[in-house]
Design a protein around this ligand. Structure first.
Ligand code: UDP
Ligand code: MG
Length: 317
């Protein structure tokens, strides 16, 4: 029997919170009084997350567990959850209770009104460093300008998606997925509900700066060619400036006698243009790397074990 709602919860080293998340999620879902499934994805945790979830699965048959063979990342974990979800609506939420499950009834209400995607919009973030708030705020706005997709600012993965949207996204086999971008890109009727992003219930962030930068780069490069255009513009700009400088140099050489003073400016120009060339090469590399990832066509995730799951769900490809 297909449940009415599927809740997808990615978890990586969340042993301090996972029990509590389960309790709060199942309390909320029970109150909604419809059939549901909680799909936890253990993203290769090295702590007791998987054991705790396996125990919960034994006691509660509404809970399913997908265990990855290693750590694949937040986006692959959500992808797996969406691939295996059977519900008429899929709710995605982090395991750390920063996004309140108590918002689900409100999201479901909007869904019943006919919206296909209901995303949580953070009106405030609590307990996060000034650095994270600032970079996140800037990033979402920068991303909006860089891409042609209408990405809502200040939203994460906390949202409800209708079955048909979920199916469409399942059909998109991009490897380096930026799910919140894809969800906007597919269109459909979308709306937001505001909420205050709480502090982590326990444990610490699994998004160190390096992962954040990777996600940020993914967001930009999977939805925009503008950085490549920027490279071209930069090239034109620099060439134009260089040409003007060349005229000055020629003038000095031909009509004045002060041509020996060139060394410092030469060095400056060489260093500067080298820097630009390297930067642009790196940018090209980003895109080539993405092509390389796609062409290899490896699965997005690998599942080691499924507990309480139904057979017949798709693989990670
Ligand atoms: N997560 C994951 N795999 C990872 C990193 C994170 O499944 O490699 C999960 C994590 O368990 C959490 C969610 O993704 O449920 C968001 O991570 P986190 O709360 O650490 O990010 P933040 O809220 O600090 O941006
Ligand atoms: Mg978090």
């Amino acid at each position: 029997m297909k449940p009415e709602f599927s809740v997808v919860i990615p978890a990586y080293n969340e042993q301090e919170v996972i029990e509590e998340s389960y309790k709060r999620l199942s309390a909320v879902m029970t109150r909604i009084n419809e059939s549901y499934e909680l799909i936890f994805i253990d993203d290769g945790s090295r702590d007791k997350t998987a054991q705790i979830l396996a125990r919960i699965c034994e006691a509660d048959k509404n809970v399913k567990l997908l265990r990855f063979s290693r750590n694949f990342g937040h986006m692959p974990a959500i992808t797996a959850g969406m691939d295996y979800a059977l519900g008429g609506a899929v709710l995605v939420i982090d395991a750390d209770l920063q996004d309140p499950p108590e918002l689900f009834p409100q999201m479901i209400e909007k869904w019943r009104e006919g919206y296909d995607v209901v995303y949580g919009k953070r009106s405030e973030r609590k307990g996060e460093t000034v650095f994270k708030k600032l970079t996140a705020g800037l990033y979402y706005r920068f991303l909006r300008r860089m891409t042609d997709v209408d990405l809502p600012v200040d939203t994460g993965e906390f949202r409800l998606i209708d079955r048909k949207v979920c199916d469409v996204i399942k059909g998109i086999k991009e490897k380096n997925r930026y799910i919140r971008g894809l969800v906007s890109w597919v269109g459909f009727k979308q709306t937001a509900v505001d909420y205050v992003r709480a502090e982590r219930f326990a444990g610490e962030t699994k998004y160190p700066l390096t992962k954040m930068i990777k996600l940020a780069m993914n967001g930009i490069t999977s939805f925009s060619y503008k950085p490549l255009k920027l490279a071209a513009h930069l090239g034109f700009g620099i060439s134009a400036l260089s040409f003007m400088y060349l005229l000055i140099v020629l003038y000095q050489r031909l009509f004045t006698s002060s041509t020996t003073v060139g060394w410092a400016s030469m060095v400056a120009i060489v260093l500067f243009s080298q820097g630009i060339v390297l930067m642009v090469l790196g940018l090209m590399g980003e895109y080539i790397g993405r092509i390389f990832e796609e062409i290899k066509d490896r699965p997005i995730y690998i599942i080691d074990e499924i507990i309480n799951g139904d057979q017949g769900a798709e693989s990670g490809k």
